[in-house]
Design a protein around this ligand. Structure first.
Ligand code: HAM
Length: 417
């Protein structure tokens, strides 16, 4: 039997309904905040991610789906979308004016990760990116948007884990202190960390190895090496968040798995997710546009793991139910034609109604309607045809009423169906 590729799964039923609920909630919030959608291709050239996400990052090092296309060009299935969105904005010359650009995306990403609960090789993200504004106020706006989405989904217990990772200018002093700390306990670190310390000391903090984590106890904190402007920026953001009622926790050990962050970096974790608890992450990335060849443009954004958020929504709200429409069941050939015409007219008027074209015996129709969770069956037999009515039968009560054709769209609102 053919099977889906490991780590990639089909979405259907209640899980897909939970995805849709999250997507619809997010789209409505994006519209309210003036964010516009952008869709970029799934395949990009490798250089879009290599230096930006970082050559020392796990994503670039171990997790990218890279291959040569038939023209012998190296391409990658996007592991994230921030760098791809930046690539698109530069390519279409959409940056450089003083107008801010507020964008969102919803789509699949690909990382060849080790399999664990809540971790997939094709997973989905909902992301928001704002370009052109460097203020803490723009970050607060973006975080208000994020929390509006989470609140709209009934999640009110979530806390932001917040840090500032400084600027490229303030980092050398931190790196020097961190390297000195590392050197003093060098034998205790794993082989990967020995590589990481040379490439990007921040990556050592990400190591999942327990021995390395132990050896890291008491390490110098990046927040102790911030330049004055970054400190001020961070303090102002915290002030705004507190005033706006966005709950956050300072976490000076938080560094993200991608290299492009400057100043603000954050994650939201959920205890409902177990080990893979990062529901979303993001931050400021003021150097990325320039790094990819565009005009110097400050930027800030985040991406929600849609698979994970949909799972939390289901845990908190229960299964997201389907609302099947009424079922229109013609009895006999003449009725079948009339039913198609009636359904056509009702669909035009926006009435959700499912047309039964199976020609089954009534008993089977009712049994299958029951299984499908249909609440109302509309019967159209010769008698009804002659009278110009359908017999509406409510399956739960067994109650039957005759409804004239013309009144069906008004009498049968989706809530009643
Ligand atoms: P990220 O932290 O790599 O950031 O991913 C964001 C979220 O995607 C994670 O918090 C997690 O919920 C979800 N995620 C990541 N990998 C997987 C996986 N294998 N399976 C399921 N879910 C996963 C970024 O991608 C940045 N582009 C976010 C950003 C946007 N920063 C600025 N703008």
């Amino acid at each position: 039997m053919a099977q889906s590729v490991k780590g990639m799964r089909d979405l259907y039923g209640s899980e897909l309904r939970a995805f849709r609920l999250v997507e619809d909630t997010a789209r409505a919030a994006f519209a309210r905040h003036g964010y516009e959608e952008i869709r970029t291709p799934i395949l990009e050239y490798t250089e879009v991610f290599k230096r930006t996400v970082g050559e020392s990052s796990d994503i670039v090092n171990k997790e990218m789906y890279v291959f040569k296309d038939r023209g012998d060009r190296e391409v990658v299935m996007r592991p994230e979308n921030t760098a791809a969105v930046v690539r698109a904005l530069i390519e279409h010359k959409l940056l450089g004016s003083s107008d801010p650009r507020l964008l969102f995306y919803i789509g699949p990403m690909f990382r060849y990760e080790r399999m664990q609960a809540g971790r997939y090789r094709q997973f989905w993200q909902i992301g928001a990116e704002s370009f052109g504004v460097s203020t803490p106020e723009s970050e607060a706006e973006s975080l208000l948007l994020l929390f509006e989405i989470l609140k709209g989904l009934g999640l009110t217990q979530l806390k932001l884990s917040l840090n500032s990772v400084g600027t490229p200018e303030s980092r050398p002093a931190f790196y020097a202190a961190f390297r000195a700390f590392f050197d003093a306990r060098e034998p205790e670190y794993c082989e990967d960390c020995h590589r990481r310390i040379g490439e990007n000391p921040l990556r050592v903090l990400d190591c999942k190895n327990d021995r390395c984590q132990k050896a890291l106890e008491g390490h110098p904190l990046i927040t102790d090496f911030l330049d004055e402007a970054s400190k001020h920026h961070h303090a102002r953001l915290k002030e705004l968040l507190a005033a706006l009622g966005i709950p956050f926790e300072e976490n000076p050990r938080l560094v993200r798995g991608l290299d492009y962050y400057t100043r603000t970096a954050f994650e939201v974790l959920s205890s409902d997710l177990g080990a893979q608890s990062a529901l979303l992450g993001g931050g400021r990335y003021d150097g990325l546009v320039k790094q990819l060849g565009g005009p110097d443009t400050p930027a800030f954004g985040w991406a929600i793991g849609l698979d994970r958020l949909a799972s939390v929504v289901q845990q908190v709200k229960g299964e997201v139910g389907a609302t099947p429409p009424a079922l229109l069941v013609p009895l006999g050939e003449a009725a079948a034609l009339e039913a198609a015409k009636l359904a056509q007219a009702w669909w035009d008027r926006g009435l959700p109604v499912q047309l039964d074209t199976r020609g089954l015996a009534l008993k089977k129709v009712f049994a299958s309607a029951d299984r499908l969770g249909i609440k109302t069956v509309l019967l159209l037999g010769d008698g009804e045809l002659a009278e110009g009515v359908v017999t509406a039968k409510h399956l739960a009560t067994g109650e039957q009423t005759k409804v004239p054709f013309a009144e069906v769209p008004t009498r049968l609102s989706p809530a009643k169906a």
